[in-house]
Design a protein around this ligand. Structure first.
Ligand SMILES: Cc1cc2nc3c(=O)[nH]c(=O)nc-3n(C[C@H](O)[C@H](O)[C@H](O)COP(=O)(O)OP(=O)(O)OC[C@H]3O[C@@H](n4cnc5c(N)ncnc54)[C@H](O)[C@@H]3O)c2cc1C
Length: 448
């Protein structure tokens, strides 16, 4: 071979390589261009699930006021310095455990999802983009997943120091624990799942530490956990009483000085500390045009979303699309649904369904195959201290006592790692539920 031939071969190979590289670059560019832009507002159970499901097929941006995901069902135990299967303790071990409640978005999402922290900035939703304090995030599909606000320390308030900084959030929980346990008596207001768990955890802490405040649980409804079957309420009441909790039901209580006064028979309950376990409100104030900052002269104005009387976003139950908007979905606690569906598991399943819908990309055959959203059976693990609890599946008790504590620990392990809880399998189970009583359908959440 002459040196001329070698040069020819060299340049031919170079040209072929350049062609292959150009083709690959062009393909990558078209794929990126073809990818749908999905913006998700809110990174709780619902928002995180949608972001992780869609990250491979879409260009996803997650916007949250906080910088970390919080495993909210674990906060009652953290308040008592405990965790499932791990009794209350003081100092460093309690702190270590608290840290497992949160995961920074930077770690959970990796590089495949863009994260935007909206702390201290207004979030406004326009017809083609979300405006975060002047920065625009354009979308083809939008998912609203902002959940709810909860009074007190049991859920991180998103727009504050504790939302920006995980360590500040841990300190907040530790301070609340110190305050609540140093009083003579603590009144836990609300006998729903949160109140029951808080009372159970505090009573278990007293037993472990051999000291602590008297725990009094008051509930306005006729029985604890009144959205669940009666036998579940009875089991939970009996267990709490056995653990030393004083349970009062069927009365509303007002604060008068340091005491709580029952309205029906002026039954006075002394309590020098209070844990509010009622008063969840949908975190949708930024969608309410009345309270959003904008001027009629602006070149664009925020969308006018349909909200119900307490501010939850109205959705089509079959598709989870916001009424009147084909490319906007609402999932989790910010969406309008029956109160007994305000659970992490439903938030997760709704998000999974919506992700599948978005991935169908308008293809009628794929959409037909996916079908309408079908409600899976209720799955609820209620802890009553680190070694006791009850797991409800549909309207049945799946397990209780020790077994339920193991189940709850497993659920925490699973969800905090964002492992799949496949909607496609869960929807196939019969709902195993009776219709909720009318009182449940009509009941409005109590004011803060
Ligand atoms: C103390 C407690 C214990 C609970 N225990 C259980 C349990 O044992 N089992 C169970 O199934 N359910 C339980 N729940 C209910 C469960 O936590 C909720 O159903 C679940 O968190 C709803 O998930 P979500 O994704 O809809 O909303 P959330 O988890 O509330 O997440 C919403 C996210 O949106 C963000 N956000 C809010 N507003 C904005 C905004 N304007 N802009 C940007 N981001 C915003 C928030 O920072 C948050 O990260 C409990 C709730 C509480 C409060």
């Amino acid at each position: 071979m002459t040196s001329g031939d070698a040069t020819k071969i060299f340049f031919t190979a170079l040209a072929a390589l350049a062609l292959v590289a150009a083709r690959a670059a062009a393909r990558a560019l078209t794929t990126r261009e073809a990818k749908k832009r999905v913006v998700i507002i809110g990174g709780g159970f619902a928002g995180m699930q949608a972001a992780l499901d869609l990250r491979k097929t879409c260009e996803v941006t997650l916007i949250d006021k906080k910088r970390y995901f919080e495993y909210v069902p674990g906060t009652p135990a953290a308040l008592a310095g405990a965790a499932p299967l791990s009794p209350a303790s003081r100092g460093d071990s309690a702190k270590k455990r608290e840290k497992t409640l949160t995961v920074p978005y930077s770690k959970a999402l990796g590089k495949s999802v863009a994260f935007e922290c909206a702390a201290g900035r207004d979030v406004r939703v326009m017809s083609a983009y979300v405006d975060v304090g002047g920065d625009r995030f354009e979308y083809d599909e939008l998912i609203l997943a902002t959940g709810s606000h909860y009074p007190g320390v049991l859920k991180a308030e998103c727009d504050g120091e504790a939302g920006e900084d995980r360590d500040a959030r841990m300190r907040e929980i530790a301070e609340a624990r110190e305050d609540v346990t140093k009083g003579k008596s603590v009144v836990v207001i609300g006998g729903g799942v949160v109140g029951v768990e808080v009372a159970g955890e505090l009573a278990a802490r007293n037993a472990k530490m051999k000291s602590g405040a008297r725990v009094i649980l008051v509930h306005s409804g006729p029985r604890l956990l009144d959205t669940l079957p009666k036998f579940v309420s009875e089991y939970v009441s009996k267990t709490l009483v056995r653990f030393g909790v004083e349970v009062y039901v069927g009365q509303t209580y007002d604060r008068v000085g340091d005491s709580f006064v029952g309205r029906m028979n002026e039954n006075v309950i002394e309590g020098d500390r209070v844990m509010m376990c009622v008063g969840a409100k949908p975190a949708t104030e930024f969608l309410d045009r009345e309270s959003v900052n904008f001027s009629e002269d602006d070149d664009d104005s925020p969308l006018n979303f349909p909200l119900d009387m307490i501010g939850r976003v109205r959705v089509d139950e079959a598709t989870r699309q916001v009424i009147g908007y084909d490319n906007v979905y609402a999932v989790g606690d910010c969406a309008c649904k029956l109160p007994d569906q305000m659970l992490a598991s439903y938030a997760h399943w709704e998000a999974e369904y919506v992700s599948k819908r978005i991935m169908c990309d308008g293809d009628a055959r794929a959409l037909g195959k996916l079908g309408r959203y079908r409600l899976p059976p209720r799955l609820m693990a209620i802890s009553l201290g680190p070694f006791a609890g009850v797991v409800v599946w549909g309207d049945r008790i799946l397990c209780r006592g020790w077994c339920a504590a193991v189940f709850k620990a497993l659920i925490q392990f699973w969800f905090i790692r964002f492992l799949p809880a496949p909607y496609s399998i869960m929807k196939r189970f019969p709902r195993m539920r009776v219709k909720p009583p009318a009182s449940v359908i009509l009941r409005k959440p109590l004011a803060n």
